[in-house]
Ligand binder design. Structure first.
Ligand SMILES: [Ca+2]
Ligand SMILES: [Ca+2]
Ligand SMILES: [Ca+2]
Ligand SMILES: [Ca+2]
Length: 215
């Protein structure tokens, strides 16, 4: 009987692993142990980024466990609330997903928010053309934005439905959330995360982990 349970358990595990490959798209969990600016991420503004040991190691719960050994720490001083951010190229057909999920560990003193920005390709060229003279605003493609308020210490998991993102450039792109790779469109091409302080001259201090697209 025990053996039967074991076999059943293994089958269940294998099938859930198989399913997992299709139920989410991992953007990053920082488990490689290094954060290199360059091919994968770029950084802007005065934000300092640093790969750190999982800040929740002493507070063991399910979400903290799933954050593994490393997380990415954001810190820095705000100028007019704004600190800076990081970005990455996605180039993914996100039409099969419905949400963006992220784990964030805040700190005792510094609060603030994280702005999540997505860019979908609307002129079928696998590229986000941006106007360097106008704060790098997209010229032909949609920019979608949602905000996450940073909570206190320990990891908080936030899952935002794509429907909660709003198009911040009406009239540019087609103003429709269409991150699919069809008819020549590159789909969801790019994501940026921007750290904002709670105070005008304040600071930010939090860590992020397990960035993914999911159902
Ligand atoms: Ca991690
Ligand atoms: Ca484009
Ligand atoms: Ca638009
Ligand atoms: Ca669009």
């Amino acid at each position: 009987m025990k053996k039967l349970f074991l076999i059943f358990g293994v089958i269940l595990l294998l099938s859930s692993m198989g399913l997992a490959q299709f139920t989410f798209y991992l953007i990053d969990n920082f488990e490689s142990g290094e954060f290199t600016e360059g091919p994968k991420w770029w950084r802007f503004g005065d934000l300092k980024v640093e790969l750190v040991k999982n800040p929740s190691l002493e507070v063991r719960d399910l979400i903290a466990e799933s954050c593994g050994d490393y997380a990415l720490k954001f810190s820095g001083q705000a100028k007019q609330w704004y600190v800076g951010g990081i970005g990455t190229d996605l180039g993914v057909d996100a039409s099969r997903y419905a949400r963006f999920q992220i784990d964030i560990a805040g700190s005792k003193d510094a609060q603030g928010k994280l702005i999540v920005e997505f860019f979908d390709d609307d002129n079928q060229n696998y590229s986000i053309e941006q106007d360097a003279k106008n704060n790098y605003a997209p010229v032909h493609d949609d920019k979608w934005v949602a905000e996450i308020k940073i909570q206190g210490r320990g990891f908080t998991r936030t899952s935002i439905p794509f429907s909660a993102f709003h198009d911040v450039n009406p009239g540019v792109g087609d103003d429709i959330w269409n991150p699919d790779q069809k008819d020549g469109s590159g789909g969801l091409l790019k994501m940026q995360l921007v750290a904002i302080s709670e105070e005008q001259q304040g600071e930010v201090d939090f860590a992020i982990d397990n960035l993914l697209l999911t159902y």
